[in-house]
Design a protein around this ligand. Structure first.
Ligand code: CAA
Length: 271
């Protein structure tokens, strides 16, 4: 998602730095952006040329390159410890006026804000996948987020052509508190033999007019991410209705993570 966020920011004429931990991941991000821009250009949906947009993105493996940034959006693995460590470092590196935002899908904004050492300048900026195509940015205020920080991020999201909608910091926010139990229930239906994955997806696609069935969507999001979100809901809300399906847990243990691993509820030809 980081590549998608960098791309829409560059399309909005922001000066962008895209960081990843290793050069090969940086190159993968570059290739993702380049493929997406080519597609949008082909369809006449890009302002300027792909080269112009790409020219606004600097790629790096050095976190120190964030020192002069006004806004940093994190989109790393959905793990609170790893995110907190990163924000601790960013809190020391980024100039004091810079806003730090997390694209987390469920981890508490308030605790990531505390780890960053600048909770008033910390906020959730939750994009939807695929970022270049999806309209929504869920903006989540932590306990200490200032009005000015919220304004900065709402403005940035609008400039990126997105529609930001605000909510408060509760487990799963709004998007995943509503979406993930539906996906979890679809997985439970597979486990109980209620129907095949194809039938479950077909019923939800044709019956509810969803663009993707819940199991196709789970594969698209990543089953490990789905499990991590269900665990946050279960732990954070303390209600067993959020218990992750044992089948979801088992598939993650088996390395069946969906599209990114080549297999989840369906098989995919390339990673
Ligand atoms: N950049 C540019 N173009 C892209 C693209 C990208 N990143 N991704 C797909 N496209 C293109 C496709 O290549 C395709 O092009 P062609 O028409 O030339 O083939 C076009 O967009 C439309 O795609 P499709 O025809 O494959 O399918 P579609 O019309 O159904 O649209 C979709 C695709 C927008 C992804 C749609 O299926 C959809 O809305 N799916 C649901 C997505 C969703 O629910 N996202 C939220 C997930 S939850 C989340 O992100 C947050 C979380 O916390 C877990």
């Amino acid at each position: 998602m980081g590549a998608g966020i960098a791309q829409v920011a560059a399309q909005a004429e922001f000066d962008v730095v895209l960081h990843d931990v290793e050069q090969r991941f940086v190159e993968r991000g570059r290739a993702t952006i380049s493929g997406s821009l080519a597609k949008l250009h082909e369809k006449g949906r890009l302002t300027g040329t792909p080269e112009e947009v790409m020219g606004r993105v600097r790629f790096t493996t050095d976190l120190a390159d964030f020192a002069d940034r006004d806004l940093v959006v994190e989109a790393i693995v959905e793990n609170e410890g790893v995110k907190s460590d990163l924000f601790r470092r960013l809190g020391e590196i980024v100039q004091p006026g810079g806003v730090l935002a997390s694209n987390t899908s469920s981890i508490p904004i308030t605790s990531l804000g505390a780890a960053s050492g600048r909770p008033e300048k910390f906020i959730g900026m939750h994009f939807m996948n695929p970022v270049p195509l999806m309209q929504l940015v869920e903006v989540i205020r932590g306990y200490s987020t200032s009005d000015e920080t919220a304004r900065t991020v709402l403005e940035a999201a609008r400039r990126m052509g997105k529609t930001p909608l605000e909510c408060n910091d509760f487990p799963g926010f709004v998007s995943n508190r509503v979406l993930m139990p539906m996906i979890n229930e679809a997985i439970q239906c597979v486990m109980e033999g209620v129907a095949t994955p194809e039938a479950i997806d077909g019923i939800m696609k044709m019956g509810m007019n969803h663009p993707m069935g819940p199991l196709t969507l789970a594969d698209f999001i990543g089953l490990d991410t789905c499990l991590a979100i269900m665990e946050v809901l279960h732990r954070g809300l303390g209600d067993d209705k959020y218990r992750p399906s044992p089948l979801l847990r088992k598939m993650v243990q088996a390395g069946l993570l969906g599209r990114k691993s080549g297999r989840g509820f369906y098989e995919y030809q390339s990673k």
